[in-house]
Write a protein that binds this ligand. Structure first.
Ligand code: NAD
Ligand code: UDP
Length: 324
């Protein structure tokens, strides 16, 4: 597990939103990091600030092809997959392959290196949930042939494959079911609700609330998400374990909050709701609290302010004031 006494972590999808924060945090903690990405939805710009660090390596690789990477790896974090609905609807086959072939290749690598494998699964495995809040023992309500199924079923398969490697081959695995995360490095055009509302508010465009906006989400600041992934990696928990905020709010309330913090007077407009859009979503995070000692720390207003300030900085604008 060590190269020159330092643990090496492989982060697949490391040039994406969550992956880049994970790479940074692992590097901050003194680990050697290999970031493998095919840049389908991520960008080298997200990790460019890490390239000069000793022990950090960026490798262009498609996880759906067999991998031959220098380790030895102590940890394999498997994040490679489109994650935004706009991206996975645009890349349906690639998304299914990242979840199936990609997960298989990442698991095989972890097995070969005797590494601990952490799967970035998703709250989408619960589909449009019929139980509330969602506990890990809920099996979900997924439409297997709907447009979102390319993502949901890929992740359900990835979880199943991960469990098969553990049961049949003794691979050391942990499954994180990540709920909506947000923060700096989200792309303004990736279509997810937080970056979309922020971009629209900063551009003075109407905020596009889907349906009547009463559907709920519980959004978690990316630093907390990354802390949850690390806690899982360092534990012996197989899971699955929910990693997300339990501070739930409606999409309409989120739009109003973004308007308030940005000081924007953009109107809200109501647009069609996507097919199979889940009506509500809130994790039960008891398992993470009890087994990992983890819970989110960053309050929504603070996380949104940091994210808005990132978007403003990208446009050369000063940060918003501390007080809203
Ligand atoms: P992202 O799109 O920003 O990052 C995904 C990264 O994976 C990108 O850099 C992309 O180029 C890379 N990738 C995709 N296919 C690949 C392939 N075949 N080979 C190599 N690299 C590939 O998305 P994100 O929000 O950072 O999500 C990261 C992971 O976390 C995903 O697995 C996603 O399913 C999971 N997740 C994210 C959220 C969230 O709210 N952001 C919620 C639940 C689960
Ligand atoms: N949404 C919205 N306006 C947008 C983008 C998304 O109202 O411009 C809604 C979307 O319909 C869903 C919620 O916000 O109800 C979260 O969507 P997102 O795509 O961020 O993630 P999901 O949780 O659906 O994967």
């Amino acid at each position: 597990m060590a190269r020159g006494q330092r643990p090496v972590a492989l982060v697949t999808g490391g040039a994406g939103f969550i992956g880049s924060h994970l790479c940074e945090r692992l590097s901050d903690e003194g680990m050697d990091v290999v970031c493998a990405d095919n840049f389908a939805t991520g960008s080298a710009a997200n990790v460019v600030h890490l390239l000069d660090r000793p022990g950090f390596r960026l490798v262009e690789a498609d996880l759906t092809e067999p991998l031959d990477l220098d380790g030895p790896f102590g940890y394999v974090f498997h994040l490679a997959s489109a994650a935004s609905p706009r991206d996975y609807l645009r890349l349906p086959v690639e998304t299914l392959e990242a979840g199936s072939l990609g997960t298989r290749n990442a698991l095989a690598l972890a097995e070969a290196h005797g590494a601990r494998f952490v799967l970035a699964s998703t709250s989408e495995v619960y589909g449009d949930p019929l139980e509330y809040p969602q506990r890990e023992d809920y099996w979900g309500n997924v439409n297997p042939v709907g447009p979102r199924s390319v993502y949901d079923e890929a992740k359900r398969y990835a979880e199943s494959l991960t469990m098969a490697f553990r049961r049949a081959r003794g691979t050391d695995v942990g499954i994180a079911r990540i709920f909506n995360s947000y923060g700096p490095r989200l792309r303004p055009g990736d279509g997810r609700v937080v970056p979309t509302f922020i971009r629209q508010a900063l551009d003075g465009e109407p905020l596009t609330v889907a349906g009547d906006g009463r559907q709920t989400r519980s959004v978690c600041y990316v630093d907390d998400t990354v802390a949850g992934l690390l806690a899982l990696a360092r534990s012996d928990l197989t899971g699955p374990v929910n990693i997300g905020s339990d501070e739930e709010l409606s999409v309409l309330a989120l739009a109003r909050l973004v308007r308030e913090i940005t000081g924007s007077d953009s109107p809200v407009v109501f647009v069609d709701r996507p097919v199979d859009d889940p009506r509500f979503r809130r994790p039960d995070i008891t398992l993470a609290a009890e087994r990992l000692g983890w819970r989110p720390r960053v309050l929504l207003e603070e996380g949104l302010r940091r994210t808005i300030n990132y978007f403003r900085a990208q446009r050369g604008l000063p940060p918003v004031s501390e007080w809203v």
